[in-house]
Write a protein that binds this ligand. Structure first.
Ligand SMILES: NC(=O)c1ccc[n+]([C@@H]2O[C@H](COP(=O)([O-])OP(=O)(O)OC[C@H]3O[C@@H](n4cnc5c(N)ncnc54)[C@H](O)[C@@H]3O)[C@@H](O)[C@H]2O)c1
Length: 300
């Protein structure tokens, strides 16, 4: 099959590119190279903010994995325009072309659309209360996907991913908490926690995230929103302590001001994913340890 991956140079998409190629598909990846993760995969330049830049790739493809996005919450607060243009207009452009050329697609939505948990776990019917421009941009794109499905019958599946971690996740200024903590711990620098550290997250390993994409690709539950996470949570305090312990670091753990837009608790309700046959295999401590070992070998 001819597969197009947007955001191809990113953390998740670069793994997906390798997987789909290994399965024998013809894969083309597009990216504007604004936030590459460092994993080497072939790509062509295109910017999802511009329909003219992307529609030919979609016309060529059979199936589109749309992952391109501005993902950083802090950046979305400081520069909301770029986030909205990339995440909302970008997704509308992809949906327009997918609809026009009658293709299939999976959209990479996010648990950030829910905001802080109003219940023990969040299932797909949980209220949408985004707490940052990033979260709001993902709500807009998530709902656009649903509206295109309802209005035009667009073949789209909405993947609501909780936090993903693993090899090649970016540890730069705009990176995620796990690679940031690992990078600091290996240098014995302080691990800075926003607020009191009781905020909780559901972390799923990249291999499970790729399996989830493969699963939807094969099963085609068109129009469905599906949570993909583990259903288990860890607090940021416990995460910091675990990373200090595994790395044998001398890093102090310090607390800074709470950050605006920070969500208190994100725990995936995964009954729907389970019902259609997807079971995550993430063992957090085991997979974190293997990621730390990889990080020491290839990055540090
Ligand atoms: N990483 C997670 O934990 C997580 C959780 C939930 C949802 N998601 C979603 O999954 C997707 C991928 O996330 P990631 O962690 O791999 O992020 P990432 O930043 O590593 O990858 C995003 C890619 O998109 C590219 N990009 C940005 N703006 C673009 C534009 N205008 N045109 C073309 N390409 C552009 C970047 O250069 C980057 O390569 C995103 O849509 C994100 O919202 C990620």
């Amino acid at each position: 099959m001819k597969i197009l991956i947007t955001g191809n140079l990113g953390f998740i998409a670069s793994h997906l590119h390798k997987k789909m190629t290994a399965l024998g598909h013809e894969v083309v990846g597009i990216d504007n190279a604004s936030h590459p993760c460092g994993q080497i995969v072939p790509y062509q330049y295109a910017d999802v903010r511009y329909y003219q830049s992307v529609y030919k790739f979609i016309e060529w493809s059979d199936f589109v994995f749309h992952l391109a996005a501005q993902i950083n919450v802090d950046k979305s607060i400081n520069q909301s325009q770029e986030t909205i243009e990339t995440n909302v207009i970008g997704t509308a452009n992809i949906l327009d072309a997918v609809t026009k050329f009658d293709k299939k697609m999976i959209y990479a939505s996010s648990s950030e659309i829910y905001g802080s948990s109003l219940s023990e776990v969040m299932d797909e019917d949980h209220a949408l209360n985004p707490q940052s421009p990033y979260g709001a941009s993902k709500v807009a794109a998530d709902r656009l996907c649903k509206a295109y499905f309802t209005t035009y019958g667009t073949k789209v599946i909405i993947h609501r991913n909780f936090n993903i971690f693993g090899e090649y996740q970016n540890s730069d200024l705009y990176g995620a908490v796990i690679p940031k903590f690992i990078s600091h711990a290996l240098k014995n620098e302080p691990l800075e926690i926003y607020g009191d550290g009781t905020q909780e997250r559901d972390f799923m390993h990249i291999q499970d995230a790729i399996k989830a994409y493969e699963f939807s690709f094969n099963h085609e539950p068109w129009g469905e929103e599906i949570n993909f996470g583990t259903g288990r949570i860890i607090s940021i305090n416990d995460l910091a302590e675990m990373i200090v312990k595994i790395t044998g670091s001398k890093s102090p753990i310090i607390h800074t001001n709470p950050r605006p837009g920070e969500i208190k608790r994100l725990c995936a309700g995964i009954e729907k994913a389970k019902k259609i046959g997807f079971l995550p295999q993430t063992d957090f401590e085991r997979d974190l340890t293997s990621y730390i070992n990889w990080y020491k070998k290839f990055i540090f």
